[in-house]
Design a protein around this ligand. Sequence first.
Ligand code: ADP
Length: 187
Amino acid sequence: MKTYIIFGPPGAGKGTQASLIVEKYNLLHISTGELLRSEIRSGSELGKRAAELIDKGCLVPDEDVESMISAKYDQNKDVDGFLLDGFPRTVAQAEVLERMLERRGESVTGVISLMIPDETVKERIRHRAMVENRIDDTKDEIIENRIHEYHSKTEPVADYYKAEGKYIEIDGVGSIEDVFAKICEIL
Ligand code: ADP
């Protein structure tokens, strides 16, 4: 079973590209952001804890996202693999993922990183705020905090996979089709 990770700052286009990739390669898209928003809508305890943090632009606790990810792996046995979007977002999460896959006799296949500058991140998130109804997209202060969380906690995840030779970076600025074509070349 393959496990790909789509990586990059908030607003890099991970979700958009992930939808195209999973369709073409018969993978299951696991988006921690989407899973968390669905927990929030359901009013679960996890959802309540997550809502407070997400609305401040902070990350939710590692344990909460980890349990959602392993549940998805257990529930889906008839796909060719998984595409993780929004996970791992910390080095601790990357280590947990490695142990989880090891127990299944598997490992991360590759990491595709979409790179865009911070200024583009802000423009895209402001645009998304008009299209989707996400509180964490509307306030500059929250967006700044998410970018800060990304640089301090998530960027080190890239080094983790670079050290394993599993990290490929592509330019995320360009049309949806152009970026997707570059991803397909790699896959
Ligand atoms: P974006 O990629 O635009 O940041 P997401 O939908 O992936 O949006 O995530 C929204 C929010 O959900 C994040 O800002 C964070 O608070 C929370 N979140 C998502 N994935 C994780 C994760 N792996 N660990 C901790 N928090 C997460």
